[in-house]
Design a protein around this ligand. Structure first.
Ligand SMILES: Cc1ncc(C[n+]2csc(CCOP(=O)(O)OP(=O)(O)O)c2C)c(N)n1
Ligand SMILES: [Mg+2]
Length: 266
């Protein structure tokens, strides 16, 4: 798979969707492109398409990155172009957050902190059915870690030794309006996860191959795995990189054209 090409296409789709629908969360979607590609490349897409009971489960807990999620689903054949382009328009198939009314979306998210609990439930369910192969992959934001329900879910995941669960953290160090650690300090993150008796690794979140290798590395050893993916919010569009304004601002024509040029030239 040509990751450079696929991530470029996803970024172009994201800005087009957001521009056409005058929607927000540009930075949040651009932040997770390579991570999402890594996640979707690590699962059995055919089983997801056939809704096989033994499919892998992907849960995007930071549901506000729906533009990125939908564009990635389109690239992996799980959403048509027409469906994707209905993003956030009146009476359309796609809303501004992840919704399970959309085929192949496992769970509706957007109220932060809930997706991980559902992922833990899925992982427990698969184990109780003696399914040893399917994985549950869950993507959370770093700001999302400030939700108390996340830590309750981690306690249970650790207690149940869920070695079929991989939690990916989009560690861009920004929340919606400022630095995550200015809202509530979440550090030292690795030490916190380790103290919950979880496996922890730290990767470049803009390298899909490294993410795939982490997911596939059979080191779970009776523990859930947390992959801290170091990312840049707004990655690929210079004016949006590390700039929290682009959490909520929508693209006008001028900014859309600049963003397109940035992505094409990259
Ligand atoms: C329960 C809940 N509280 C607040 C919000 C509002 N909100 C939307 S995005 C966001 C920031 C989340 O930060 P992070 O998880 O780091 O995601 P990023 O902005 O980096 O994409 C917040 C607080 C929400 N969606 N849900
Ligand atoms: Mg963040």
């Amino acid at each position: 798979m040509n990751f450079k090409l696929i991530t470029k296409k996803i970024r172009l789709d994201i800005i087009k969707m957001l521009y056409q629908s005058k929607a927000s969360h540009l930075g949040s979607s651009l932040s997770v492109v390579e991570t999402l590609v890594g996640m979707f490349s690590s699962v059995n897409i055919a089983k997801i398409k056939s809704r096989n009971i033994n499919r892998d489960r992907i849960i995007i807990s930071k549901g506000h990155c729906a533009a990125g999620y939908n564009a990635t689903m389109h690239s992996f054949g799980l959403l048509s172009k027409k469906q994707m382009e209905s993003y956030h328009k009146n009476n359309s198939y796609l809303a501004g957050h992840a919704s399970h009314s959309v085929k192949f979306v496992e769970h509706s998210t957007g109220a932060l902190g809930h997706g991980l609990g559902v992922a833990v439930g899925c992982a427990i369910g698969l184990k109780s059915k003696k399914n040893k192969k399917s994985l549950v992959l869950c993507l959370c934001g770093d700001g999302e870690l400030q939700e108390g329900s996340i830590w309750e879910s981690l306690l249970l995941a650790s207690h149940k030794k869920l070695d079929n669960l991989v939690i990916l953290i989009d560690y861009n160090r920004l929340s919606n309006i400022t630095f995550t650690n200015k809202v509530v300090n979440i550090e030292p993150l690795t030490r916190k996860f380790k103290s919950f008796n979880l496996n922890v690794s730290y990767v470049d979140g803009h390298n899909s191959l490294k993410i795939i290798n982490e997911i596939k590395r059979k080191k779970f050893k009776k523990k859930p795995l947390v992959i801290i993916c170091k990312t840049i919010k707004g990655k690929g569009v210079k004016f949006a990189e590390n700039n929290q304004i682009w959490n909520y601002r929508s693209l006008d024509k001028k900014h859309y054209e600049i963003a397109k040029k940035n992505i094409m030239e990259n």
